[in-house]
Design a binder for this molecule. Structure first.
Ligand code: PMP
Ligand code: GLN
Length: 390
């Protein structure tokens, strides 16, 4: 059969590494520190609200832009935490997770042949989303040990074909939180080169060191930014897939045009539940962060004791580790390391090479998720240390 252009481009990107590594964990019974999902559910009152919504008959198609209640809750959350003002009727769109918001935004805002610039290592859906929009992803690499943004490298990456910057902060997989200077420089570049921005802020509430600031709050950015986030990480319900895009009426209308033919609408009973979550007291959000900070510290210590080079993250669910101290420079192949780690010590991780356009750049790096119970992390750390991991 003739391979259509898009199919062959997407197949060239392979199966998602997250699915491969989760299947490996299931097959081998290993502790899954690969794909980022918590092993305990989120707040009971949020779960109860979804159950009540199902029992209460909220089971048919909700409005395509999202329920009024949830759009108001998203706007109130943006104002409460980040001082951003969005009109819930014209400037907020509910989506199937951040993934759909990003894909729909790229489809809506890019012309065929455009370029999208993103921070590399790059979350895996970005290159595929760009391809589905007929655009090409260009990375600007965050280099270890600090994984900071090189603003000159970013400026050099922007060409006449660049349409938008896709900015993920807090950043998966490095845990970098862009600081004020970096965000201000990105904003200046967007204004100067007349670019749009799509932000991926799904870890907005999981910041341990530093401070999250939305790019949309910078001068000149309000009307050129689509701000994306989702409920998955903030409420530990990654399987619910409720996300959102916020921005000017024109940008949100464009994203809606793509979204309405991708999924049409999203899970009716989850929407009132996420609205309850967004309205939880400050202590909930601080508790989530503090809990994950302790888990970060525990896993980083465990990885150090096992002999990895460790890059403690400022944020997110993930820590990046260097396998070279364990296996040596010549054998530092993260993909092979991750494929055999379950056999050797019953732990699953993800090779960072998959997040780079040139996999050689991240060859020696692997990512471990710490959004797991303390006893699970302790067991994993023990296994890694006993096996000498390498
Ligand atoms: N962006 C990043 C950086 C992620 O880590 C993830 C995984 N949660 C997503 C987007 C996807 O989010 P969602 O499940 O809401 O689609
Ligand atoms: N965001 C999660 C991760 O980075 C899950 C990704 C996925 O399953 N597509 O692990």
């Amino acid at each position: 059969m003739r391979q259509p252009f898009l199919t062959s481009r997407l197949q060239g990107m392979g199966t998602t590494i997250f699915a491969e590594m989760s299947a490996l964990a299931v097959r081998t019974g290993a502790i899954n520190l690969g794909q980022g999902f918590p092993d305990v559910d989120g707040p009971a009152e949020v779960a109860e609200a979804a159950i009540a919504a199902i029992r209460g008959g909220h089971n048919q198609y909700p409005p395509g832009t999202g329920t009024t209640e949830l759009r108001h809750a998203i706007a109130a959350h943006q104002r409460r935490f980040w001082g951003l003002a969005f009109d819930p009727d014209a400037e907020v769109l509910v989506t199937a997770g951040a993934t759909e918001a990003i894909t729909a935004a790229l489809m809506a805002l890019c012309e065929v042949g455009d370029e999208v610039v993103a921070l590399e290592p790059t979350y895996d859906s970005y290159a595929a989303a760009a391809a589905m929009a007929g655009a090409t992803l260009r990375g600007v690499t965050l280099e270890p040990p600090d994984f900071r943004l090189d603003v000159d490298a970013l400026a050099a990456r922007i060409s006449d074909r660049t349409r938008l910057l896709l900015v993920n902060s807090p950043h998966n997989p490095t845990g970098t939180v862009l600081n004020d200077g970096e965000l201000a420089a990105i904003a200046e570049l967007c204004v100067e080169r007349d670019l749009l921005a799509v932000t991926d802020e799904v870890y907005e509430h999981i910041v341990f060191d530093g401070e999250h600031r939305p790019l949309a709050s910078y001068p000149g950015m309000a009307d050129r930014t689509v701000t994306v986030s989702s409920a998955g990480k903030t409420f530990s319900f990654t399987g619910w897939k409720v996300g959102w895009a916020c921005g000017s009426p024109a940008l949100v209308a464009a994203v809606r045009t793509a979204k309405q033919f991708l999924t049409y609408v999203n899970g009716a009973p989850f929407q009132p539940a996420v609205a309850v979550g967004l309205g939880l007291h400050d202590g909930y959000f601080a508790g989530l962060r503090d809990d994950l900070r302790a888990k970060r510290d525990l896993l980083c210590k465990g990885l150090e004791a096992a002999g990895f080079g460790v890059y403690p993250p400022q944020a997110t669910y993930f820590v990046t580790a260097d396998i070279r101290p364990l296996v040596g420079e010549a054998d530092a192949d993260g993909l092979a390391f991750c494929r055999t780690l379950p056999e050797r010590c019953g732990v699953v991780a993800v090779p960072n090479a998959v997040f780079y356009a040139d996999p050689a750049r991240g060859r020696h790096l692997v990512r471990f998720a710490f959004c797991k119970r303390i006893d699970v992390l302790e067991e994993a750390a023990g296994r890694l240390a006993r096996a000498g991991a390498g």
